[in-house]
Design a protein around this ligand. Structure first.
Ligand SMILES: Cc1cc2nc3c(=O)[nH]c(=O)nc-3n(C[C@H](O)[C@H](O)[C@H](O)COP(=O)(O)OP(=O)(O)OC[C@H]3O[C@@H](n4cnc5c(N)ncnc54)[C@H](O)[C@@H]3O)c2cc1C
Length: 404
C-alpha cells in the first residue's frame, strides 16, 4: 500500500560514509536531500574493520574521540614477523558506529533529512529508464520519494544501479569476518596483518586494536580465488590461538562483523542521466588492503556537490555530472591499477614467498610502508623509492608498480 509520497531535489540511498558525506555536501549547497537507510539506526550493522588514516580523518573533521591511533605496523607470515615503527601515529582504527553516526549528524545538521528503517526496493523511472525517485518499504507500507536525481550509496549491493539493469553483481570481491573482542593484553598502538596459507589462502588476517582492552580480529578472503569461509577460518585461528593471537591472552567475544567489498578494479561507469554512484557501489576501494572508507567520504562529498550544482542548473544529464567521474578518476585510477597488480601478485604467494616479501617490506621506512599500503604511489615517487633502496628485491617490488 502506497501511504506517503515525498518530493526532494535529491535522494541518496544508503547512510554509510558515502551517503552521509554526499548528503552533507549537497545540503550545504542548498538543495533538499532525503538520505534513506534501511536499518533502524546508522551503522546498526558494522561491516568493516574501520582502519583509516589520521591525515584523512583530520581533513574530514572526524573528532579524535572517534578513533584509536596506530604507530606500529606489524606484519607476520607463519615463519617470520616484521614491525615497522613510526615516531608518530598515522593510522587510525575507527569506532565505526561513532564515526558513521557523526557523518550522518553532519548531514542532518546541514539540512538533509534522514529516513531510517527505509528499505529502497524499486527505482521510479521515466520513459528513458532515467531515475526520477525511489520506492521504499517502511514497516509494512510503501513510501515514494520523488527526486530530480538519485545517488547510489548502497554499498556492495548497489541496489539502484542493479535495479536499473546498468550493472551486474561484482564478480571479484573480498569477504571478511571479524570479532570485536575484549582481551587481556593489548598493545593499543600496534596492528597486526597476518599473511600466508593458514591465516588466509587469498587475503590476510588482522588484529586491529580499538582501545586498551579491545581489539578486532578478522579474516579476509578473496573471491572467487578461494572457497574458504572467512568465519570458519577466523574461528579456527582464535581457537588455535595462532601467531600473535596467542599473546592477547583470554579472549571474550563482544560482537561479530561480516561484510563484502568489491575488488573488480574500477570497472563501473559512475555517472548516468540523473544518477551518480559513490563508494563501494562505484567500486572505489584500495585493493591492497581492501579499504574504502576515506574514498567513500571524499568522493561522497564531490558527488553531493556535483549533484547539487546540476540540480540548481536544471541539467542533471550524464554530461553535467561527468566532472565527478573525472575528479575521482584523476585522484585514484592509476593508483588503484598499480595496487591491483601488487594484489594479484600477493594473492598467489606461497608461505616461502611471503617470507621473502616480508624481508622486502622490512626494508621500508614507516612512511614508505604507509604510502605503499595506502596505494599512495605516483610513478615519480616509486622511481625515487626504488633508487633509494639498493636491494634488488625491493627495486623489483617497486618496478611492478612502475610498470603501470
Ligand atoms: C570485512 C571488511 C573489512 C573492511 N575493512 C576496512 C577498513 O579497515 N578500512 C576501510 O577503509 N574500509 C574497509 N572496508 C571497506 C569499507 O567498509 C567500505 O569501503 C565502505 O564502508 C564503503 O562505504 P559505502 O558508504 O559506500 O557503503 P556501506 O558502508 O556499505 O554503506 C551502505 C549503506 O547503505 C545501506 N543500504 C544498503 N541497501 C539499502 C537499501 N536497499 N535501502 C536503503 N539503504 C540501503 C546499508 O544499510 C548501509 O548503511 C572493509 C570491508 C569489509 C567487508
Amino acid at each position: 500500500m502506497l501511504l506517503n509520497e515525498y518530493d526532494f531535489d535529491l535522494v541518496i540511498v544508503g547512510a554509510g560514509p558515502a551517503g552521509s558525506s554526499a548528503a552533507f555536501a549537497a545540503s550545504n549547497e542548498g538543495v533538499s536531500v532525503a538520505l534513506l537507510e534501511k536499518e533502524e539506526a546508522v551503522a546498526e550493522t558494522v561491516r568493516t574493520s574501520g582502519v583509516t588514516w589520521i591525515a584523512d580523518t583530520k581533513e574530514f573533521g572526524i573528532p579524535e574521540s572517534c578513533y584509536n591511533p596506530i604507530s606500529n605496523y606489524s606484519f607476520c607470515s607463519p615463519t617470520k614477523s616484521v614491525t615497522i615503527s613510526d615516531n608518530k601515529p598515522k593510522a587510525a582504527v575507527l569506532d565505526v558506529r561513532k564515526t558513521y553516526r557523526h557523518l550522518a549528524e553532519q548531514a542532518q545538521n546541514s539540512g538533509a533529512k534522514l529516513f531510517l528503517n527505509t528499505n529502497v526496493t524499486e527505482i521510479a523511472t521515466d520513459n528513458n529508464n532515467r531515475p526520477i525517485g525511489v520506492i521504499a518499504k517502511v514497516s509494512e507500507s510503501q513510501v515514494k520519494f520523488n527526486a530530480k536525481m538519485v545517488i547510489d550509496c548502497s554499498g556492495f549491493q548497489s541496489v539502484v544501479v542493479k535495479s536499473l539493469g546498468l550493472a551486474e553483481q561484482w564478480s571479484r570481491f573480498g569477504a571478511g569476518a571479524e570479532y570485536e573482542v575484549k582481551v587481556e593484553n593489548v598493545q593499543s598502538d600496534t596492528w597486526w596483518l597476518m599473511v600466508g596459507e593458514e591465516y588466509s589462502p587469498a587475503g590476510y588476517a588482522w588484529i586491529f586494536p580499538v582501545s586498551k582492552d579491545t581489539v578486532r580480529i578478522g579474516v579476509g578472503v578473496g573471491k572467487p580465488e578461494s572457497d574458504v569461509d572467512p568465519t570458519e577460518r577466523l574461528d579456527k585461528l582464535i581457537e588455535e590461538k595462532k601467531g600473535p593471537i596467542k599473546d592477547l591472552g583470554n579472549i571474550t567475544k563482544i560482537e561479530f562483523h561480516y561484510g563484502l567489498i568489491p575488488n573488480d578494479g574500477l570497472s563501473r561507469k559512475t555517472v548516468y542521466d540523473n544518477l551518480i554512484l559513490v563508494g563501494d557501489s562505484a567500486g572505489q576501494a584500495n585493493p591492497l588492503v581492501l579499504e574504502g572508507i576515506r574514498y567513500a567520504i571524499r568522493f561522497g562529498r564531490v558527488a553531493g556537490r556535483t549533484a547539487a550544482e546540476a540540480i540548481k542548473s536544471g541539467d542533471t544529464t550524464q554530461k553535467s555530472l561527468e566532472g565527478y567521474e573525472k575528479i575521482w578518476k584523476k585522484a585514484i585510477e592509476s593508483k588503484i591499477k598499480s595496487a591491483s597488480k601488487i594484489q594479484s601478485r600477493w594473492i598467489g604467494l606461497t608461505d616461502e614467498e611471503w617470507e621473502k616479501e616480508l624481508e622486502v617490506i622490512s626494508e621500508l621506512s614507516a612512511d614508505e610502508f604507509l604510502d605503499f599500503i595506502r596505494a599512495d604511489f605516483s610513478v615519480s615517487s616509486i622511481v625515487r623509492l626504488a633508487t633509494h633502496h639498493p636491494k634488488l628485491a625491493v627495486r623489483q617490488l617497486f618496478n611492478i608498480v612502475k610498470g603501470s
